[in-house]
Ligand binder design. Sequence first.
Ligand code: NAP
Length: 258
Amino acid sequence: MKEIRNKTLWVTGASSGIGRALSLRLARHNNIVIASGRRFEALAELQTHCPERIRVLDCDVADDAAMTAVPERLGALSGHLDMVIACAGTCEYDDDLQLDGSTYRQVFDANFFGVVNTLRSALPLLAASPAPVFAALGSLSSVVPFPRAEAYGSSKAALDYFLGAVRADLCRTPLKVVRIRPGFVRTPLTARNDFGMPFLMSAEQAAERIELGLCKGRSSIDFPRRLSWPLRLLGSCSALWFYLFAPKMTRIRRLRKR
Ligand SMILES: NC(=O)c1ccc[n+]([C@@H]2O[C@H](COP(=O)([O-])OP(=O)(O)OC[C@H]3O[C@@H](n4cnc5c(N)ncnc54)[C@H](OP(=O)(O)O)[C@@H]3O)[C@@H](O)[C@H]2O)c1
């Protein structure tokens, strides 16, 4: 099976990039997609491409208080959820190691606490499906520590652990937990990157890889392999990373006297 068909899914981060491409692809494969993001207009525009199968639920996954209303709002759109794909996320680099707490919190709010809120909101409806799946977008950046990625990479590493722990907790239940870690994908999130992005792919290509991995029943979907395998090798041999690669990548040459 190469396509997900006839399911009901909730996709967060659907107003842009990977989440948008996934939502469109899944709706075209005859699934009902509940598409979320903060920007209602972007979601409404998405809905025009497949109005009979895309439903819009605007919400800020990082807003704990507002998210308490989401289970009821989801319930008004569907009696169950077969799958959730948590794509909502953000990226901020810490140039010059400023260590500004508010930036770190903002990144963790979306990338980590946003997924916690998403899972909590979805669990009652996932429990109504015979074979529910909860998937979330991590990043290959959590495999090795990249310069400038202290906030982003840490939030994704925390997410890796969270998903693993949830998987361990729920291993005797039908709920399947899936970690998805893309390499570089051309989206508004990476448009700001001012460095070479190896093996850059389109959001549509990423959506295809994700759907295929989910169809194969994988618990971990890392792509592209030509990036994930070398990174995993470097991750297990950190001396190589810190002596050969990190010195070429860091932009910091001396400690600043504040
Ligand atoms: N692009 C890459 O190369 C890449 C690589 C690895 C992992 N990822 C991960 O893939 C996911 C999608 O990234 P992308 O590249 O597609 O980025 P993107 O085009 O910037 O899309 C991010 C999406 O997240 C939503 N979002 C952000 N903060 C939110 C919040 N607080 N509440 C609700 N929705 C929120 C945005 O919608 P609104 O603005 O409407 O809220 C948007 O739909 C992210 O988790 C990212 O970390 C991306």
